[in-house]
Design a protein around this ligand. Structure first.
Ligand code: HEC
Ligand code: HEC
Ligand code: HEC
Ligand code: HEC
Ligand code: HEC
Ligand code: HEC
Ligand code: HEC
Ligand code: HEC
Length: 463
């Protein structure tokens, strides 16, 4: 019994000794200021550096300046790979992997890794079956290379028998990349190696690499909103603060805001998050917008961000305007347009192949391009996107492209019964108060509209 006890105590002492050294190696001992010193670099990482400092100054340099270097996190700590891993390769006496996946980073950054992995970002590669995918693979014929979609959404990285990564599927830093270890997502989509500097991640252009263009112009919207202009004007001051961990809205800074301020960053009331969907009420992506699960709670969190710079009536008033905009888009255009497409499909006016008929292209533009632009513009304060690039184009499309194309497609069938059914269906939509104007206004009403321009520009105006 005595022997067992003494063995046990030796065991406990060994455990304590090990946990003590592990403690020091993770840098947590830094809280004991008196004994703190920079954690040493491992012997393995020193070996890597002996070659790579010369071989790749552009890898070594940013790393040497990084927080990782200062905390003893070297090449080996990130690149080491268990030999069971598909992409493990023998490399000058070490087992390494080129890819450092969210699982690898998660060994030291568990919270960020979990939040990112559970967010929509990590799922961005799962678009098979979508119309976007059909457009990319079939209509434009891009199925054989990984430029375009995969650069934003992520590729499936394939591995050769010797553990090297297969060119074509690599390099790739898309946000929902599927990694050889089975994990989804990619930390270097936002954290540039090997500096991993926070000012790069917080730079709005970093998000804009993907959040741009005709179907999701968030960066264009932001840059010409008052928030973006305030950031641009105070860029140097804000970016200097954005280098550090102390970037709490309302405490460390109160200008900007940048994209990550609203969607990720810490405020005096909120912790930071790597789930970019955590503060969003609506999804503005599908043809008809829906309120997300726990949408109201998420909205409350977003309001907490605004509240560091605005008062509640301002914020509440703004969100009322935004919600009304989304409802108008849904009710006046998206729901009727969707029901028209359903009518055409059910009555076999359109065939099952997607996007091979002009009416389908008009519908696609209405929700995927014009409708999204408008909704995004309304969400993030860009008047031109809300109206001229947004609802204006939705309305022109609905009345002058989609409806006439549907009329023509039905007429081409030369089926009187079908035409009658269509007329009845169409009238239900077009006789409603919000569409009635299209049938013509009273003479005096129309004259009034023209008169406005004639008053401003003379007789030629208003034609
Ligand atoms: C003896 C010199 C030497 C040592 C030691 C060394 N490397 Fe390398 N490494 C190279 C050279 C040369 C290349 C480029 C040719 C190649 O891929 O082997 C390279 C390539 C790489 C690559 C890219 C491989 C690819 O498939 O794209 C990574 C990642 C890498 N090294 C990491 C490391 C790490 C981590 C260590 C330490 C555990 C290390 N290296 C140790 C010389 C070295
Ligand atoms: C904090 C983790 C981390 C540390 C520390 C780190 N790397 Fe990397 N390294 C990465 C990531 C992430 C990638 C990109 C792979 C990916 O997309 O997953 C990468 C890619 C590479 C590549 C291939 C990319 C290219 O541009 O050719 C090389 C070579 C490399 N690292 C070498 C090194 C060396 C040498 C060191 C030490 C001086 C080092 N790394 C330290 C995370 C790290
Ligand atoms: C072996 C543990 C370890 C691994 C693996 C690791 N990190 Fe770190 N990371 C650290 C430590 C320690 C710090 C410094 C923490 C501090 O300053 O409090 C740090 C800091 C950071 C920072 C803040 C940098 C700054 O300038 O303040 C970022 C961003 C980061 N890591 C991202 C990553 C990413 C992305 C990966 C994977 C590609 C990764 N880390 C892998 C331990 C690690
Ligand atoms: C410039 C980067 C970029 C490119 C290129 C790109 N996308 Fe996207 N995609 C995005 C972003 C960003 C979003 C999210 C938009 C939003 O929330 O407003 C998105 C959204 C989507 C969605 C909607 C997902 C959902 O949850 O509703 C699908 C499907 C999609 N993309 C597929 C594709 C396909 C397929 C291609 C290539 C034909 C492609 N994308 C090209 C960046 C890109
Ligand atoms: C969509 C872009 C994006 C992706 C993807 C991303 N990050 Fe971040 N990360 C950021 C931003 C922005 C910040 C600064 C947030 C803030 O202001 O609080 C940050 C901050 C961090 C920090 C510093 C947190 C601190 O202590 O203040 C760490 C560590 C980190 N990220 C790790 C990761 C890891 C690990 C992954 C992959 C699992 C990852 N990030 C993926 C954008 C991203
Ligand atoms: C002032 C705060 C703020 C800033 C700055 C901001 N956003 Fe937003 N963002 C919002 C709000 C509010 C919404 C709508 C949330 C809701 O549905 O309730 C939104 C919605 C979104 C959506 C969801 C779209 C969808 O399809 O569902 C994306 C993506 C997005 N923002 C990206 C960005 C990017 C990228 C930037 C920077 C270029 C940015 N945001 C800057 C507040 C902000
Ligand atoms: C490498 C490309 C890429 C980068 C960089 C990127 N995103 Fe995204 N983001 C996407 C894609 C793709 C989606 C759509 C994912 C899906 O629905 O499958 C998305 C979706 C989103 C959403 C909607 C989330 C939801 O739950 O509906 C928000 C908000 C967002 N991103 C904000 C940001 C912010 C803020 C940054 C910068 C800090 C950023 N993104 C950087 C590609 C990117
Ligand atoms: C870091 C501070 C900051 C944050 C956070 C912030 N704003 Fe602002 N906001 C400003 C500044 C500065 C202006 C420009 C003030 C002016 O017009 O004098 C502004 C202007 C606005 C405007 C007027 C836009 C225009 O074109 O006139 C609205 C609406 C608005 N913010 C709503 C919001 C909402 C909603 C949120 C949260 C999702 C938010 N803001 C978060 C600083 C902020």
């Amino acid at each position: 019994m005595k022997k067992i006890l003494s063995l046990l105590s030796v065991f406990i002492m060994i455990c304590l000794a090990f946990s003590g050294s592990a403690f020091a190696a993770t840098g947590k001992a830094a809280t004991h200021k008196a004994v703190a010193k920079a954690p040493a670099l491992s012997k393995e990482s020193k070996d890597c550096i002996a070659c790579h400092k010369e071989e790749n100054p552009g890898v070594y340099g940013p790393w040497a300046e990084s927080k990782h270097a200062k905390n003893g996190v070297g090449c080996y700590e990130c690149h080491k790979a268990d030999k069971s891993r598909k992409d493990a390769q023998q490399h000058n006496g070490f087992m390494i992997g080129v890819i450092v996946s969210p699982k690898d980073c998660g060994r030291c950054h568990a919270k960020e890794s979990k939040q990112m992995t559970e967010s929509h970002h990590a799922k961005a590669h799962q678009f098979t079956g979508s119309l976007d995918n059909f457009l990319g693979r079939i209509v434009t014929g891009e199925q054989n290379f990984n430029l375009g979609c995969a650069q934003c959404h992520g590729s499936t990285v394939e591995v050769l028998p010797d553990g090297k990564l297969k060119g074509g599927t690599w390099p790739n830093t898309g946000i929902g990349r599927i990694n050889p270890d089975g994990s989804m997502g990619n930390c270097t989509a936002c954290h540039y190696r090997h500096g991993f500097a926070l000012d790069v991640s917080r730079n709005p252009k970093n998000c804009g690499k993907c959040h741009q263009g005709p179907d999701h112009p968030q960066i264009e919207i932001y840059e010409l909103s008052k928030h973006g202009i305030d950031f641009d004007t105070n860029r140097e001051e804000i970016m200097a603060k954005a280098k550090t961990k102390n970037f709490v809205l309302g405490k460390d800074y109160n200008k900007g805001p940048v994209c990550s301020t609203c969607h990720m960053g810490a405020t005096r009331q909120l912790p930071s998050t790597h789930d970019v969907g955590a503060r969003i009420k609506w999804t503005l992506r599908p043809p008809i917008s829906k309120v997300l699960e726990n949408g109201e709670k998420k909205r409350e969190d977003m309001k907490k961000v605004c509240s560091e710079c605005h008062q509640q009536p301002w914020t509440d008033g703004f969100f009322q305007q935004f919600d009304d905009y989304v409802k108008l888009y849904n009710d006046k255009f998206a729901i009727p347009a969707t029901s028209i497409m359903k009518f055409l499909a059910e009555n076999k006016v359109t065939d099952p192949t997607p996007l091979n008929e002009i009416v389908e292209i008009h519908y696609w533009h209405l929700w995927h391009h014009e409708g999204r632009r408008g909704r995004h513009g309304a969400a993030m304060n860009a008047p031109d996107y809300s109206h001229w690039h947004g609802m204006y184009e939705v309305a022109i499309n609905f009345y002058f492209m989609l409806l006439p194309a549907a009329d023509e497609a039905v007429a081409a069938r030369k089926d009187p019964a079908l035409s009658a059914k269509w007329e009845e269906f169409r009238a239900k939509i077009m006789d409603s108060p919000e569409h009635k104007w299209k049938k013509g206004m009273a003479k005096e009403e129309a004259a009034q509209v023209i008169q406005f321009y004639q008053n401003r520009y003379g007789k030629e105006g208003g034609q």
